[in-house]
Design a protein around this ligand. Sequence first.
Ligand code: NFS
Length: 671
Amino acid sequence: MPRKKRTPEEFSIDKAAQEMLIRAEDLGLGTAFTRADDMSPCPIGADGLCCKICSMGPCRITKDGLTGVCGATVDTIQARNLIRMIAAGSAAHSDHGRDMAFTLKATANGEAEGYVIRDVAKLRELAAIYDIPIEDRSPEEIANDLADLYIAQFGQQRGELVLVKRATENRQKIWKELGVIPRGIDRETVEALHRTHIGDDQDAEHLIRHAVKTALADGWGGSMIGTDVSDILFGTPAPMLGQANLGVLKEDMVNVVVHGHEPTLSEMIVAASQTPEIIEYAKKAGAKGVNLSGICCTANEILMRQGVPAAGNFLQQELAIMTGAVEAMVVDVQCIMQALVGLAENFHTKIITTSPKVKIKGATHIEFDEHKALTIAKDILKNAIDNFAKRGDTQIPDVREDLVPGFSHEYINYMLGGSYRSSFRPLNDAIMSGRIRGVAAIVGCNNPRNQHDAMHSEITQELLKQDVLIVETGCSSIASAKEGLLVGEAGLDKVGPGLREICETIGIPPVLHMGSCVDNTRILTVLTQMVEEGGLGDDVDQIPAVGLAPEWMSEKALSIGTYCAASGAYVIFGGVSPVSGKPSRISDSDLVTKIISDGWEERYGARMDFIAEADEMIEATLAHIDKKRADLGLPEYDPEAFGQSGDARMLELEELSLADRRQAIYGAPVA
Ligand code: NFS
């Protein structure tokens, strides 16, 4: 029986996406959505029952008792498949971190055209953590030493990654006892590949323990370096106004969409687009100027630092081209669909690859080099502008939403207490009192096997009603942005009463945008600082907090999930577990599933579960939060307890005259 084809409304909950999917249908063009309908996932591979690491196979373990030609059992095969995915994810993030560290080095030595050290305070703060001298030294001297230290982490062979000391003491102790502290970033990934070569490590427990080490080298290594250096070079994010969805494309301007992950080139494109030379060039071509926007995590990077709008998340990359209004899509690394090139041939859009690591057949390649970044960025923009005259029919959905991104951990710390008493105390207090029931980090991708954005939306909206404060990164944060959840007003009518008080008092949206996927390390930092603030136990696993990746699809997501669980945060993935397969219905071989759930809970205090349905994910999240509250001896969550137009102090203040109120708040009359 032919499989049922989904309608545009079934493909996505996003109105702009739906409009473009209808246009795709009218034009007879395929997208990831239709290709997903046409291609059922292989059930053997999806569940981890296929081994293709040597050419005696591929071996499919479809019956009880069956092994691979070499004798590999289903447990070994699943463990090997999982660690390989984690290693690929960790490698992708870490290579991004490495490039950032080299850019920092080049900037420190005056060899990186256009780059400067924007956040000297963060540079000094980080250098001090690693005992790099900072007094009487120029930012460049300090940056040079920090870059050398960071670069050395990749090739380090023995000892421990220095960044690990930013974890709680208790966590470091657990990792030390279990032998999972990474020695060097590259070494753990290489060893993961070595161990999974034919005829090597064949003990699932032993393999998965190394998977943890490989993932920790991402979270407390490569990704953390990526975030640190991006902040130093481009500024630590703070809230600003932005916009999201395809409606940010402009009819009368040259539209350049930057897509991928690394901020190095995209930041330079932002700078170049504002130069008189480029504006003049665009005007000569008949456009009002250059309109930049982003897709995927590159979007998040420039959105939270420069306010450059996000055209959409992962599943909107093809839909942006479908508008016919994009002169160039400039891509660097990761999450770039090969289908873009073929699709772009139906329009005038140029796909421009820029990374020495990524070429796509049929795309224009203009290679990026941080030593002459500004010149290359201008060259790319001129290419796009030259293409403006070739634009044909366009259809830009009139759909966009405002948002306030940029909640770095530094800003969250600051916003909770201001310049002079910044601290996590108010957040911890709000959790302890029950105004905030707990915290959820909703992160990760889109997946065309699901209805686009639907799970992100349902889970986010329901948890907000349950007084759960939400932080988001990656494509999930763009999903919420498009739904209008990243503006202050959302804190007034979309959330439970206790959380509403907090949002009103601090003046924040109920969903805090914390950045790109490498910035999940900011979440690790926030959780660590909450522990250090006191009152919520002595380690991350005691905090009422959960991490969710409802629509995940990438290997990077698995690496993130693994380092978060190993850091003490309960992690819930949506969709199918890549290690869930059993050779038969009566089979009991679920060793790998047990290791990453019960096994990790016992060792790290946090498990990783795969739960298919949104309502079950919500239920599991709330149950976990409530259990952690009870374990800490905190009052049971009571939705009635707060929110009667402010707390007692607010009610008291309301009774006072304006002058007396100011006296009460500031301790002195304020003019
Ligand atoms: Ni994360 Fe970013 Fe999006 Fe998923 Fe891809 S863009 S690094 S992997 S799809 S969230």
